[in-house]
Ligand binder design. Sequence first.
Ligand code: FMN
Length: 325
Amino acid sequence: MTLLTDTGQHQLEVDFCGLPFATPLVLLSGCVGFGEEYTRVSGFSNRDAGAVCLKGTTLEPRLGNPPHRLAETPMGMLNAIGLQNPGVDHVVNAILPSLDFTETRFIANVSGSTVEEYAEVTRRFDDSPIDAIEINISCPNVREGGVAFGNDPNMSARVVAACRRVTRKPLITKLSPNQTDIAENARRCIEAGSDAFAVINTLMGMTIDINTRKPVIGNNQGGLSGPAIKPVAVLKVHQVYQVCKSHGIPIIGQGGVTSPEDAIEFLVAGASAVGIGTALFYDPLICSKINDGLIAYLQRHGFQHVSQLTGSLSLNPAPGACCTG
Ligand SMILES: Cc1cc2nc3c(=O)[nH]c(=O)nc-3n(C[C@H](O)[C@H](O)[C@H](O)COP(=O)(O)O)c2cc1C
């Protein structure tokens, strides 16, 4: 099987904001701890992913939400972890030195309750070996900040601009699907200095225990992830790509990927990289299988390189945008 293009580049290697990703796959924030979570699993290697996003990090340590924090749902999972993390100084001083930066690229995931907190956490990561910084303005599981910023284009742009002022590292803005016009939000974030997007974060949901008539999740509501959200995520990537393509701004498409076919859908919709989150909970070795499937697809369809798939969608001639019934 051919792995190199005519110019000697590996078929799966992508350039993401100037960072070399060995494959387009990215392990998603909150699903791999701080990059070490799965390294004890036999057969797992961070090298099978182009990048690993660390758990959401705030200025001060956070204990997170009361239990239950997870609930299985049909074709998905609800979570309300509440950004449990040891605080940025611990991540920078104790965790980053223990990561093997020869294996993959590491991306910080930044959260905050105020614009100033986002900027300060970003500034501290700027002064660290981290490869890139993802701003999570779309976390549905905290009372302040998070999705409250991400659903308002003005606030989103303010957070991005404040973070932009304190770092030259690649800035990835993680967009919320829980908003009216994700493309307009993306446009404002590009103006404010975002280099890339992660599309999408979880959708808000609730599940109820009918015996107690209480929500199963301690936080009452949580973020829905997994295959149930994939069609929503593919559409959002397509919409954001319409804004990004003329600026050359790459997207990490994500939401419910469990197979090479899912990853290909996101690439065709406009993603340059594809995130894997919930699927890791039941198959930590899934990345090597998806990489193999991507190479086989390129071979079968006569593509030289995975980047040729990005945005290769060919829409039907008369899409009935509003007529879904
Ligand atoms: C348990 C759990 C914790 C998460 N924590 C974070 C987080 O700290 N920061 C963040 O930006 N996204 C977080 N996410 C969202 C994921 O990174 C990802 O965007 C989402 O789950 C969709 O991808 P998936 O369907 O492949 O899981 C979390 C998701 C799960 C399931």
